[in-house]
Design a protein around this ligand. Structure first.
Ligand SMILES: [Zn+2]
Length: 106
């Protein structure tokens, strides 16, 4: 485990990279790639930001531009994100079960 201050610095860098990627200036794909790399190296979870990047092609997803968001209720309540650049579908669980899930304490 890396020291806390190193992980905090990494989290800050990741936040900035994702912000840059979302703005679409320069090389958004490269910024997203670096953010994912940093998150793995320094063990900093991307949390909900992982939804902003396509797992298959690495594109930065922007709703209405290259991202389609749909809700599905069967078989389980899920949010379906479709990347319009490669057609990859990502499913994220939602609903009551998610709230009850236990979070391990550190
Ligand atoms: Zn994609």
């Amino acid at each position: 485990m890396k020291p806390t201050w190193v992980r905090n610095a990494a989290a800050e860098a990741i936040r900035k990279l994702l912000l840059l990627a979302q703005q679409g200036k320069g090389k958004p794909r490269r910024y997203a790639e670096l953010a994912v790399k940093k998150s793995k190296k320094y063990n900093v979870p991307l949390k909900k930001s992982r939804r902003l990047i396509c797992k298959k092609c690495g594109a930065v997803l922007i709703p209405g531009k290259n991202l389609r968001v749909r809700l599905a209720s069967k078989p389980k309540k899920t949010i379906i994100y479709t990347c319009l650049e490669c057609g990859n579908k990502m499913r994220f669980p939602t609903g009551e079960k998610l709230k009850k899930r236990k979070v391990p304490k550190r």
